[in-house]
Design a protein around this ligand. Sequence first.
Ligand code: NAP
Ligand code: MG
Length: 500
Amino acid sequence: MPVTKKKTAAKKSNTIKLKFDTSWSYDPAPESKSAATIKPRYDLFINGEWQKPAGNKYFATINPANEEKLSEVAEANTADVDKAVRAARNAYEKYWKKMPAKERAKYVFRIARMVQEKARELAIIETLDGGKPIRESRDFDVPTAANHFFYYAGWADKLEYAFPNRRTEPLGVAGQIIPWNFPLLMAAWKIAPAISTGNTVVLKTAETTPLTALKLAEIIEEADLPPGVVNIITGAGETGAAIVNHPDVNKIAFTGSTDVGKIIQRAVAGTDKKVTLELGGKAANIIFEDAPIDQAVEGVINGIYFNQGHVCCAGSRLYVQESVAKQVIRKLKDRMESLIVGDPLDKNTDIGAINSRSQLETIQKYVKIGKQEGAEMYESSCSLPRKGFWCRPTLFTNVAQSNRIAQEEIFGPVLSILTFRTDDEVIEKANNSPYGLSAGVWTDKGSKIFNMTKRMRAGVIWANTFNKFDPSSPFGGYKESGFGREGGLHGLSAYVSLKV
Ligand code: NAP
Ligand code: MG
C-alpha cells in the first residue's frame, strides 16, 4: 500500500535562493501485527466462560484495509441473549449489588490497569478490525478507554458525594449496544459506569468490529471479575433487538444511528426499562473572522477527517464568516493535500480505511448527491490503495443550507462548507438541523464564545478546539442526537435510581 506522499515545503525568498532540496517524503513506519494475538474463532463470553452459540453460527470479521479475514465470531440468537441476561441477573442478585462498593472498585481499577498494560495489542487489533490509523487507536481510543475505567472506578465508593443527601441503588441488568466507530472506547463508556455503580451487563458489539471488545472480555476474565457481571456477545441487528426486547433487562444503553434509536424507543415504550440513546450528529464548526485561522483550519481538518469522519460528533458542517472564507478554503485545500491516506498500521497515516463496503457506498452516494445538488466538490489528489475501502478527503463549497449534504449525516471524510455574515445568521443556520450533538466555535473573543454557546442547541460545544474528550466531561445530544449523557457525573446518574 502506498503510504508515502511527497510534501513540498519550498519556501522561496526574494533574495536568497535555497541551495538544498526541500522536497521530502516519509519512510513507511508500520506497527507490527505480530504484537497482537487474534484467535481464528471467538465464542460468546457468558457467565465468565466462552460458550458456543446456540445456533452454532459464526460470521467473519475482516480488515477493511485489505479485505482479508481476521477471525470469525459467534452469532448470538435469542436463546444466547436469554442465557446472558440470566447470567447477568444471577450475578446481580447473588453478589454484585451486595458487594461493598470499594471492593467493586478494585475490580474496575484492575481492568483499567490491564487495558493500559495491553494497550499496544488493543491498538493494533482496533486498527486491523476497523481501519482507523494506528496513531488514533494508540493515542486516543485505548488510553481514553482506560481512563474511563479509572474514572468510574474512582466514583464507585463515593456516590454519596456525587448525589448529596440521596441514597443510590443500581438499576439491575443493563443491555448495552455499541457501534463500529470506537469499539473499545464505546465498550468502556458503557461498562465502566454500569459496573462501578453495581449493575451487571450484557453488551453487544457491532458486526464489523467485534475484536477489541472480545479482547476486553479476555481482560475481564483475567481480572477475575465474578462470572456474569459482564457478558459480551457478538451478533447482528437481531441480537441487539433481542437484548432490547428481553423482559428481564432493566436498562438499555444504545449508541448508534438515529434510525435504530427510534426503533429502540418504540420497542421500550410502555415498559419500565430506562433508556439512554447516543445517536447521530451533523456538527456545525463555526469560524469567525477574528479567529486564529491556522489553528482553526487544523481544528476543522481534525474535526472532519479524524477517524475517516466516522465520528458522531464530526465537524461535518463548516460555517465560515464571509470575509475570511476564501482564505480558509485555500488553507483547507492545501492542508488536505498533505494528509496521508493509506495503511492504517503505518504510524504516519492520517486517514485510514473506511470501515466497510456498505459505509463506503453510503459516502459515495452522498458525494454524488452533493454534486447533483450543485455544490462544488474538491478532493485531495492522493492515490488510494487498490484493495480495501478508501475515500479521499473531500470538501464541498457552494453548499446551500437546505442541501442534503448539509442536513444529513454522511459519516465519512466529507466536509460541507457554508458562509455567513452575522452572529444571528450563523446561529440560525447552525441550529437548523435535526441533530444537536456537538459544535465548535472559533473566535478570539471570550464573550462571543459564551454568547454563541448559550444560543446553540448542541450537547457539547468546543471553543477554539475540536474533538476533545475527557472521562469527567458529560457527552450527549439534543433533538435527534438522542438523550441522556455519558461521561462525568451525569454518566453515573444513568445507572442508578436515587432514593431519599
Ligand atoms: P447502527 O446501525 O445503528 O448500529 C449500532 C448498533 O446497533 C450495532 O451494534 C448494530 O448491530 C445494532 N443494531 C442494529 N439494528 C438494531 C436493532 N433493530 N435493535 C438493536 N440493535 C440494533 O449504527 P452504526 O452504523 O453501527 O454506527 C454509526 C452511527 O452511530 C452513526 O449514526 C453515529 O453518529 C452513531 N454514533 C453516535 C455516537 C454518540 O455518542 N452519539 C457515538 C458513535 C456513533 P450491527 O452492527 O450488527 O448492525
Ligand atoms: Mg472488521
